[in-house]
Structures are given as C-alpha cells and as structure tokens.
Design a protein around this ligand. Structure first.
Ligand SMILES: [Cu+2]
Length: 336
C-alpha cells in the first residue's frame, strides 16, 4: 500500500512543474499585450504612484495610501556617465567589497604589473646582445630565490584575510526576522511576492521611454513596479527562474544572484540608506534580456509598513521593527 502511495505521489510531483508552468506562460502573454499595466491590482497601485496618478484611485480597496513614488537621485544607485569604478555602495557588505577592490586589490595589481613591466624593459635594454656580449653564467642566488617565494606568499596572505571574511559575509544565512521576498525571473520581466506579509506576486515591467523621461528616471533601468524594501532591516531574497536562467543584480547593493528554474537561491543584505537602487537582469536570457530592469525602492521602516498595508498585506512583527528602525534609519534618512 505504501508503495502505491509513493508511486502516486511521485507521479504528481513529476507533473507539478508542467502545471506550474502554465501560470507564468499566461502572465507572459498578458504582459506582452499590455506590458506596463500587467499584474494584479495591488501592483497597479504601486505603478500608479507615478506622480500624476492619485493613489486612492489606483487602489480603491486599500485603506492606507501607498507612499509617493520616490524620485531617484542622479548618480546614486545607478551608473554615472564615464564611470569606470564600482558604483557607490549602500550595504555593509558592499562597502567592504568595494574597499577590498579599490584599496587592496587594485593597488596591489597595479604595483605588481608596473614592477614586472619595468623589470622586463630594464632587462631588455641593459642585457641586450650589443650592450652585454658575454652573458653571466650565474644560475642560483639564494637571497633572491627566498625573496621571490616569500614576498608573494605574504601578499596572498594579506589579501586572503579580508577576502575570506567578505566571502563568508556574502553567504551568511538570513536572521529569522528578515523581510522575505520571493523574486522570480520570467522572459522578460520580474515577479515579486511577499509571502510573510501576505502580498501575492506582482510583476515588474520595463517603463516605456516617455514615462521614464516624464518621471525623471533612467530609461532601460526603470521598471513600472519597484521592489519596495525597508532600510536597516535584514532582507532575504529567495530567487528563482520560471523559464530560463536570469540573474538578479543590483550593483550599488552588492547583490547578484542567478535565478535558476527549479532552484531557490538565497541572497541576504541590508540597505543602509533610503533611495532608489537600479539593476538589470545579468544573465543572457533571450531576446528581451536587456529590457527587464530592476529597481529597489528602499523606504524607512515606518513607510515600508505603510506600503505593506497599502498593498493589503500585514507588516510582520511591526512592534519589533519600529524599535529597530529608529536607530539605523535616523542618520542617513535626512539626506533624501
Ligand atoms: Cu533575464
């Protein structure tokens, strides 16, 4: 009997992906017809936050009005023209990562490259055949051999210490009170769901050029519906793909994680400052790969809870959060 049961179960599991795939396929069709307007009503409320549209009209069911759509700050959370460095970072891991790259790796790489280049040029000129017709027969020099072994070992050790710390930081599991969002990559848009807050999945599509310009947002980086997250609270993204492999990437928050069908990848981070942080799909995923942008709108915790309520959701552990919120958000919030 047990065997029969497990056989039936196995059969159901085998068909589950096929059944599940129908959902996204339908959603994709809808999206193709009316891209920016697609998604559920609660999502529309968010997109309706475009300065002109009154929030109340967009979401008649919601009792709480959604916070006004935040204006991005030029050069923050987005690339700057002519920029060749990493973007300015707004998460603790991001700042460590950028420090490791800018202060340690880049200078060390530059010094070594220049040193080797100068050494080679010197040898080529100084010991060329005409200047040095009788070459030296020296084959060993203990001091130099010890030095060129020990010095690289020391350099590697110096790099290894912060590097391993950063690696561990990037994959640290999320604490229990983390704000959890399930992120799904579709061909070619993103879906966001807040399982702990009871907010069902809404989709996020490319904002058309005229709307982006009207809003003062960077075209191709701005979506209609943003992923709204709180400042100062740990965030856990559960990232997956519905059709092909995508990658969820926000350079200014040090976030990049593959969205693989059939797999749940996890990314934990904390945002330090309210703002709009842009990113893109970073895994070649098909024809419209370049047209599935990401924007995170980081709100102070109280406003985030207000947004959750406006979407018909429930803030999780609101009391704890308020206590936590006052400390980290107070200083940086003032700037925006
Ligand atoms: Cu993609």
């Amino acid at each position: 009997m047990k065997k029969v049961k497990s056989l039936v179960l196995a059969g159901l599991l085998a068909f589950a992906p096929a059944l599940a795939l129908n959902g996204p396929a339908l959603a994709q069709d809808n999206a193709a017809v009316a891209a920016p307007a697609a998604g559920n009503e609660s999502a529309a409320a968010d997109s309706g936050a475009n300065a002109a549209a009154p929030a109340a009209e967009a979401a008649p069911a919601a009792k709480v009005a959604a916070p006004t759509r935040m204006k991005p700050t030029e050069g923050i959370g987005m690339p700057r023209p002519g920029e060749i460095t990493l973007q300015e970072q707004f998460s603790p891991t991001g700042r460590t990562g950028r420090w490791l790259h800018d202060v340690m790796l880049l200078p060390i790489i530059t010094i070594i490259s220049v040193f080797v280049l100068v050494l080679m040029l010197y040898v080529m000129v100084r010991f060329r055949r005409s200047a040095n017709p009788v070459p030296s027969k020296t084959s060993h020099n203990t001091l130099i051999e010890v030095l060129w072994t020990v010095v690289p070992v020391v350099i590697l050790l110096v790099i290894a210490v912060p590097s391993i710390g950063l690696l561990a930081d990037q994959y640290k599991p999320a604490p229990k009170d983390a704000v959890t969002v399930k992120v799904t990559g579709y061909q070619w848009y993103w879906g966001y769901e807040y399982p702990d807050n009871g907010i069902p999945e809404f989709v996020s599509n490319l904002l058309p050029k005229d709307k982006a310009e009207a809003n003062g947002e960077p075209y191709l980086l701005a979506p209609d519906n943003r992923l709204v997250l709180p400042v100062g609270r740990p965030i856990k993204l559960i990232i997956t793909g519905a059709d092909v492999i995508h990658a969820f990437a926000i350079p200014s928050l040090w976030v990049k994680m593959d969205a693989v069908p059939g797999r749940l990848n996890e990314k934990t981070f904390t945002i330090e400052k309210p703002g709009v942080y842009y990113g893109q799909c970073s895994e070649l995923c098909g024809a419209r790969h370049g047209f599935m942008p990401i924007a995170i709108e980081a709100l102070p915790p109280a406003q985030f809870d207000q947004w959750i309520l406006s979407q018909g959701g429930k803030p999780k552990g609101a009391a704890d959060a308020a206590a936590q919120a006052s400390a980290p958000a107070a200083a940086p919030a003032a700037k925006i």
